[in-house]
Design a protein around this ligand. Structure first.
Ligand code: NAP
Length: 251
């Protein structure tokens, strides 16, 4: 058995769903690259939690909206694969923002930021990761989309368009990369308790919970369990799929 741990890159892993995914992947034996943009202290906290649990991780800062920073980050990853012999086996495109508002109030800057952070970034990281994974003829790419990319939501035109775009990306890329044994899947979380949903007030949360058949909000851990399954060989025959994790909110 090789002692070299395969690499997994999780974007936006300093908090919320990304942090839970990073910890879960580390528990399955990956060396996890913890991407963040501004919250260095939180990213280091995630790294320390993983190391304390016997896993392996390191922080990797880059802004997913910057093509140049993505390129630099992947140069670093490429060098790491050459010096350690470890392959990049997993990419999780999780970094995201939501800026809500009705379309008549939508500002072009907000639209650009939302599409760049949630969608364009994912396409660019997929391009870089595919280059590395194709050499090894092995890999799993997982996009963290959203239930609103499937069912729509008033006040989230830009965000749901970006998340629906991730689904198109997933299906096309799965077809492009299947012959190289690289799988590409998307997960579509419903409402998960993180900083993103903490912005909702209690009245909004109560209304949302009333619409969820299971009757409660999900946790980062719920999404992490699904992502880990998609990252591991147990899911080897699953590609190009969009898997909901939403408590029954959208069936
Ligand atoms: N929470 C939900 O209910 C829910 C539901 C469906 C889908 N999602 C999706 O799940 C993903 C994670 O959501 P979350 O709720 O865990 O979000 P969150 O708690 O707000 O965390 C967002 C993460 O993204 C990172 N990030 C933001 N902009 C970035 C950039 N330009 N470059 C690199 N990293 C960036 C943040 O880094 P810093 O800490 O450095 O700022 C942070 O790690 C998002 O894509 C979101 O759209 C969430």
């Amino acid at each position: 058995m090789s002692l070299v741990k395969p690499l997994a890159l999780v974007t936006g892993a300093s908090r919320g769903i990304g942090a839970a995914i990073a910890e879960k992947l580390a528990s399955h034996g990956f060396h996890v690259l913890i991407n963040y943009v501004s919250n260095e202290a939180k990213a280091i906290e995630v790294v320390n939690t993983i190391i304390a649990a016997g896993g392996s991780a390191e922080p990797l800062r880059f802004d997913v909206t910057s093509e140049a920073e993505i390129a630099t980050a992947f140069e670093f990853i490429s060098k790491k694969t050459q010096t350690t012999g470890a392959a990049l086996e997993v990419l999780v495109n999780n970094a995201g923002i939501s800026e809500d508002g009705l379309i008549l109030r939508l500002k072009k800057e907000s639209l650009d930021r939302t599409l760049q952070t949630n969608l364009v970034s994912a396409i660019l990281t997929c391009k870089e990761a595919a280059r590395l994974m194709m050499k090894n003829r092995k890999g799993s790419i997982i996009q963290i989309s959203s239930v609103v990319g499937e069912m729509g939501n008033a006040g989230q035109v830009a965000y749901s368009a970006a998340k629906a775009g991730m689904i198109g990306l997933t299906k096309s890329l799965a077809k492009e990369l299947a012959s190289r044994h690289i799988r590409v899947n998307a997960v579509t979380p419903g409402y998960i308790q993180t900083d993103m949903t903490n912005a909702l007030n209690e009245t909004q949360k109560t209304a949302i919970i009333e619409g969820i058949p299971l009757g409660y909000l999900g946790e980062g851990q719920d999404v992490a369990n699904l992502v880990a399954f998609l990252a591991l060989p147990e899911s080897r025959y699953i590609t190009g799929q969009v898997i909901g994790i939403n408590g029954g909110l959208y069936i």
